[in-house]
Design a binder for this molecule. Structure first.
Ligand code: IVH
Length: 661
């Protein structure tokens, strides 16, 4: 491809990929499959590899996180990023309203928004291109976090219009991402983040942007600097931001009346636990920009806005017992069994105590009255033991000397907070491993959740992952609460999992430190489990992003005789252990085809396979994004649509010619 054509194609690809990014991450309504998205991305990456000087900072390829920084540069904010005054009661809100009436001489309209619990950031655009992201810092000077901000998928790298603007918003980590991150950190014996806000802040302050890229951060914007140039009200500014491609929180409303505002914030006090992100209150802002200017700012905060803080959701409960749970890596985690309490919309009866140091540091005892809250609105945790309420009957808990499941002597490696069961044949570990193997992100065996796994173990039908593929439908059907139909479905789901790509199998095997992403890298780089088993530490670390920790774990776990035995059994059962290489380089990479009518001597499935092998994608319906329509005999309405849209139509011979080019 010549330079000029490459430039054109790159431009087209970037626009298209960013549009799909926006549809997925901002609008929440994707139009193409992940595979189709990946194909576009692969085409972009390979073209950029070929023409490295054509890479631009707004290319979606730059979202993966570039080079490691040496430090953060300070940036001075053109106008200070203020904080907000707080209100804690309906009375405080009425007082705020009276202040506004006095100051402005009118009854102002208000916009009410969620107060997202994250990190205040400013983002700058020049001629529609994202050029800088910065933290609030002390309000006057912040830090340049451009490289990390670029990894946030909902942040537009190029706006829908070439405007030069500064926008403010809150970068945050969604509740699910926070829970997943902490679960993995706990399993790996790393320190946990106290709440999503700390996790978001910690992620954006990483010098290696790849870490930020792996953290699933998100961004809601809530202010446009110099909004007067775009309309008369804040409400219009928010809508304008949405038009430009930003993610603006849909939870926002405009009110004429302060009592209606109070009613609205009150409804969200309880309902907020349903939101997928953490909030610590709501923000009430005077809508009219001229009135905002009239009210002005104090040194610390605007007079025209106030934050209504939700009361902290904490409850008292009693620790009835401390029980132990053995994870799939053998980690023995203590859990507090609590007297059930209602907290932020759910009943809480358990809270993880993480490890023995945590229990000792907080001096938590069995029988204690404790204060319970949800970390970042989601994971129940014990804030403190209420020591004044002790009556002397409380029991000091002792760390387990032995595994509660198999009785092996437990070990605590120096420098790690977790205590582990060292026995790989421990039934509790095996149970967790089977559950993990069958889970959504791994082999995705529908219907094989914890309860069914337990039933299979209890009936002696399985003793480990390797047994799954020889379980018979009639044996499952005989289990309690299992019918013929569900047994057949389960066997079919197990059978189907044999065809999963190698990356899922690798993740499912539960090798320590090998998460979904490392599994994909390993599968793509080594291509088969046999090649991976033969790989040396050096060969593994030669893969970008695979470090010493992962490499050492892969080498030692794959050398384990039990693991080798398991892998052989899976291979014998017909489980796929190779990874098809991404077909990014094919002649049809990034091209989308639609088939219609019958092609002489070629079935629809064969045609589809040929196109896919050449890197193309086949979809079912014609749209402006279709590159070619292949029409055979008796074509349907798809042909007419293609002609109406001016999409090139190929017959069988032309298709074969392109395929062989
Ligand atoms: S408005 C001049 N709106 O709350 C504009 N702030 O306590 C001042 N925050 O530093 C901010 N969600 O980080 C505003 N919808 C929202 C917000 C919001 C979260 C944060 C922001 C600010 C802090 C003030």
């Amino acid at each position: 491809m010549d330079r000029q054509t490459a430039q054109q194609r790159l431009d087209q690809l970037r626009r298209e990929i960013e549009r799909h990014n926006w549809l997925y991450h901002v609008k929440d309504s994707p139009e193409i499959s992940d595979a189709q998205y990946d194909a576009l991305m692969q085409e972009l990456l390979s073209l950029e590899r070929e023409f490295p000087d054509l890479v631009t900072p707004d290319s979606p390829s730059q979202r993966v996180g570039g080079e490691v920084l040496e430090g953060f540069t300070a940036v001075v904010h053109p106008s200070p990023m203020l904080s907000l005054d707080n209100a804690f009661s309906a009375g405080d809100l009425r007082a705020f309203h009276q202040r506004m009436q006095r100051l402005l001489g009118v009854d102002p309209a208000y916009v009410v928004e969620m107060k997202i619990d994250g990190l205040a950031v400013a983002v700058d655009y020049e001629d529609g291109i994202f050029v800088r992201g910065s933290t609030r810092g002390d309000g006057y000077r912040g830090e340049d976090i451009t490289a990390n901000m670029r990894t946030i998928k909902s942040l537009p790298l190029r706006l829908k219009e070439p405007v030069s603007i500064r926008v403010r918003g809150e970068a945050f980590m969604p509740k699910k991402a926070f829970a997943d991150l902490n679960r993995i950190r706990e399993e790996q014996g790393q320190a946990l983040f106290a709440n999503p806000r700390n996790a978001a802040a910690g992620s954006l302050r990483q010098l290696d942007p790849k870490i930020a890229a792996s953290r699933h951060l998100d961004l809601f914007v809530y202010a446009l600097e110099g909004a007067e140039a775009h309309g008369d009200t804040h409400w219009q500014a928010l809508n304008r931001l949405e038009e430009l491609g930003f993610k603006v929180n849909p939870v926002r409303r405009r009110f004429q009346d302060i009592e209606a505002v109070i009613e609205y914030v009150e409804t969200w006090r309880v309902k907020r636990s349903e939101l997928p992100y953490a909030t610590d209150g709501m923000v009430i802002k005077v809508d009219d920009l001229a009135l905002q200017a009239r009210a002005g700012n104090t040194v610390k905060s605007p007079r025209w806005a106030i934050a209504w803080k939700f009361p902290a959701q904490q409850e008292k409960s009693r620790i009835l017992d401390i029980t132990l749970n053995v994870g799939r890596t053998g980690a023995i985690t203590p859990t507090a069994e609590l007297e059930p309490v209602q907290l932020a919309g759910t009943t809480v009866s358990r809270a993880s105590l993480h490890n023995e140091d945590y229990i000792r540091d907080k001096d938590i005892r069995i029988g204690d009255l404790v204060l319970v809250q949800k970390a970042g609105d989601i994971i129940p945790e014990i804030v403190e033991s209420l020591k004044d309420h002790r009556d002397g009957r409380e029991v000091i808990w002792q760390p387990p000397t032995h595994c509660p499941a198999c009785g092996s002597k437990s070990v605590r490696v120096a420098g790690e907070a977790v205590r582990r069961c060292p026995n790989p044949s421990c039934p509790a570990q095996i149970r967790e491993r089977v559950i993990h193997y069958a889970s959504r992100g791994a082999m995705d065996i529908e219907g094989l959740g914890p309860a069914v796994v337990d039933a299979l173990f209890k009936a002696g039908l399985i003793n480990n992952v390797g047994d799954l593929y020889s379980v018979k439908a009639e044996d499952i059907a005989a289990l309690e609460r299992m019918g013929k139909k569900s047994a057949a479905n389960l066997v079919a789901a197990i059978e189907k999992s044999k065809a999963q790509p190698l990356e899922r199998l690798l993740f499912g095997l539960g090798i320590r430190f090998v998460g979904a992403k490392a599994a994909r890298l390993l599968a793509e780089n080594f291509g088969s489990i046999d090649a991976l088993m033969a790989a040396s530490h050096e060969q593994l670390t030669a893969v970008p992003e695979i470090g010493d920790t992962i490499a050492a774990s892969v080498v030692s776990e794959l050398a384990d005789p039990d693991m080798q035995h398991l892998i052989r059994r899976l291979q014998e059962a017909g489980v796929n252990t190779v990874q098809e290489q991404p077909r990014s380089g094919g002649p049809l990479a990034g091209k989308t085809f639609v088939l219609t009518g019958t092609l002489e001597g070629l079935t629809r499935a064969e045609a589809q396979k040929l196109i896919q092998e050449a890197g193309g994608t086949v979809t079912g319906s014609v749209s402006s994004r279709t590159d070619y329509v292949v029409a055979g005999d008796k074509p349907g309405s798809k042909l007419a649509k293609a002609q109406a849209l001016g999409i090139p139509v190929l017959d069988k011979d032309k298709l074969l010619k392109i395929l062989s080019s």
